[in-house]
Design a protein around this ligand. Structure first.
Ligand code: SF4
Ligand code: MG
Length: 328
């Protein structure tokens, strides 16, 4: 599949200061992540909070500047600094955040904010923009009554539909969704996820779908990458990866999620949850890993390609079976 979006070796370090007189601590949020998303394809990114998923999503869209690495969209490298032409092509890439209320302007009616991206990008006459906004609201399952309301008058699920309608107005080729349903009631989550999948498939939009919720990622994604402390530790076809997780961290995550059609033995991880400000040496997962060996404490495993499009970063699991070492 030809890639629409390619990220190569992306890295981002923050300087955090603890307290007023504290010395700055370097926090490596994302550490050498490479990925690609084909046209119309969905790549799910799963990981705990602090794994660098959101930073990765923002860098892929050019909303945050990486310290290292490169992103290309539709074959064109993202320029540095961002040019006007690249910003215009941003109309074809949109972000959906977790908090729909924060993403909406409280002073604008639903119709006006859905129409706004067309005005921003200078597309269409005012009357056409309003017509398209109303049609798009219908497409996301909102009635015309909602069009003249304000964000605070809507439910959380309705607001996220408005955000989605707004994002779709410029006919994007690529959406980054960062925990798009995490703030919604569980009963509403499924409706919004189904809508997202419907629209993504019918409009052929490529998507980077970020979530800590395996269940949701599994439903949405064709391929999945698992992140741990700023790195991808496993990647593969979604069905294969959930059926046969290889990396010890993925195994634990999958064992904790409800398994369709069968019981799975739950793997309980011990040790501290990941803290990006205190990254363990070697394999960052070693303090919690049931398979850890002496070499795991010293050398970080490279992401190795196994058969069937699977990539795994683990000395023990990928060791002898690995076909090729990933070029960094
Ligand atoms: Fe566990 Fe070692 Fe594999 Fe890391 S490299 S996941 S510590 S076995
Ligand atoms: Mg996040």
């Amino acid at each position: 599949m030809i890639s629409l979006v390619t990220a190569r070796d992306l890295a981002r370090t923050y300087q955090l200061r603890r307290g007023v007189f504290g010395r700055p601590v370097a926090v490596r949020a994302v550490d050498g992540v490479s990925l690609h998303v084909g046209a119309g394809e969905t790549l799910g990114i799963v990981g705990e909070s602090g794994s660098g998923k959101s930073t990765l999503g923002r860098m892929v869209l050019g909303l945050e500047k990486p310290d290292g690495g490169a992103v290309t969209f539709d074959g064109a490298p993202m320029p540095e600094p961002l040019t006007a032409a690249w910003r215009r092509s941003r109309a074809r890439m949109q972000m959906i955040y977790q908090d729909p209320l924060g993403a909406l302007d409280r002073r604008l009616t639903v119709r006006d904010q859905v129409a706004e991206p067309l005005a921003i990008h200078g597309l269409g006459a005012p009357a056409e923009r309003m017509e398209k906004a109303l049609a798009m609201l219908g497409r996301v399952g909102l009635s015309r009554h909602v069009a003249m309301r304000y964000p605070h008058e809507l439910s959380g699920g309705q607001r996220q539909r408005v955000v989605l309608a707004r994002a779709l107005m410029t006919d994007p080729a690529f959406l980054v969704c960062d925990e798009p349903v995490s703030a919604l009631d569980v009963s509403i989550q499924a409706q919004v996820v189904n809508l997202l999948v419907d629209l993504q498939e019918s409009l052929g939009i490529a998507m980077l779908f970020i979530s800590h919720d395996l269940r949701v990622v599994r439903q949405v994604s064709r391929r999945v990458a698992v992140m741990y402390l700023g790195r991808i530790v496993e990647e593969g076809d979604a069905d294969d990866l959930f059926a046969d997780p290889r990396h010890p961290y993925t195994r634990a995550l999958v064992s904790a999620a409800p398994a369709p059609g069968g019981k799975r033995e739950r793997i309980i991880l011990t040790g501290e949850p990941p803290n990006p400000a205190a990254r363990p040496p070697g394999c960052a997962f070693h303090p919690r890993c049931p398979l850890a060996e002496a070499r795991c404490r010293e050398t970080a495993p490279a992401l190795m390609t196994l058969g069937g499009g699977r990539r795994v970063a683990c000395h023990v699991v990928a060791g002898p079976a690995a076909a090729t070492r990933e070029a960094a």
